[in-house]
Write a protein that binds this ligand. Structure first.
Ligand code: 3PG
Length: 218
């Protein structure tokens, strides 16, 4: 099954942006200023995790204020959350694990979805539902780049988004691997910086991350 045009467009943007910031927002008032940091810093994307009550409204605010930004929902654990996220404006759904019900809901409603996987079995199950892009989580603890290379040597058409334990140093080797379409990470949008409203520092960390992508790809 081929990706829908909508999914293809989102996957292309994931690849182009290269690093997807993983965000936990506790206060909806932080959504707009954080969105500005991501736009100004050169990573116009956010995986806003459904771990807080502020997630849904934060997605709505970012999606409305920054229509060009690739705002999606992370930590989506049920079809009901996927629906709420998409209704709020999420352009993609990511989860830490593989739940066929969430994937099927997204496929039925043409919502780009990237489920978390940790093993070749989960990846094959995702592929058999028609996906060719998955998240690998928690990446570093699950074998990191060597594991990704070993699995994709067999699953040759699969592309991976490693997330969990990625940092400005190890991301370079991940991004150099042609089996990896983007990496997810929270290091540039840490909770303490958001709580302190240290938007300058966040913007500069986002810029550094965007520069890594440019450098690896030039
Ligand atoms: C998460 O779910 O919080 C993400 O995987 C981010 O992981 P990180 O904080 O290790 O980047």
């Amino acid at each position: 099954m081929a990706n829908s045009p909508k999914t293809k467009a989102v996957l292309d943007r994931f690849s182009q942006i290269g690093i997807i910031p993983v965000v936990v927002l506790n206060d909806v008032a932080d959504a707009a200023p954080l969105g500005k940091c991501l736009m100004d810093g050169g990573l116009p994307a956010a995986e806003v995790t459904f771990r807080t009550d502020a997630a849904e409204e934060s997605i709505r605010i970012m999606a409305e204020k920054y229509p060009d930004m690739l705002v999606g929902a992370g930590t989506v654990l049920s079809p009901e959350q996927a629906k709420r996220a998409a209704d709020a404006g999420a352009k993609f759904i990511v989860s830490p694990g593989f739940d066929p019900a969430v994937v099927q809901y997204c496929l039925d409603n043409d919502i780009p979805v990237c489920p978390g996987t940790q093993s070749s079995s989960e990846m094959i199950a995702a592929m058999n539902m028609g996906l060719d892009h998955v998240k690998f989580f928690p990446a570093e603890l699950s074998g990191g780049l060597p594991m990704i290379k070993a699995i994709t040597a067999a699953l040759v058409n699969l592309k991976i988004m490693p997330t969990g334990g990625i940092n400005p140093t190890n991301v370079v080797d991940y991004l150099k691997c042609d089996k990896i379409f983007c990496a997810g990470g929270s290091w540039m949008v840490k909770g303490d910086l958001i709580r302190a409203h240290d938007w300058d520092r966040i913007t500069s960390l986002v810029k550094e991350a965007a520069d890594i992508v440019k450098k690896v790809r030039s």
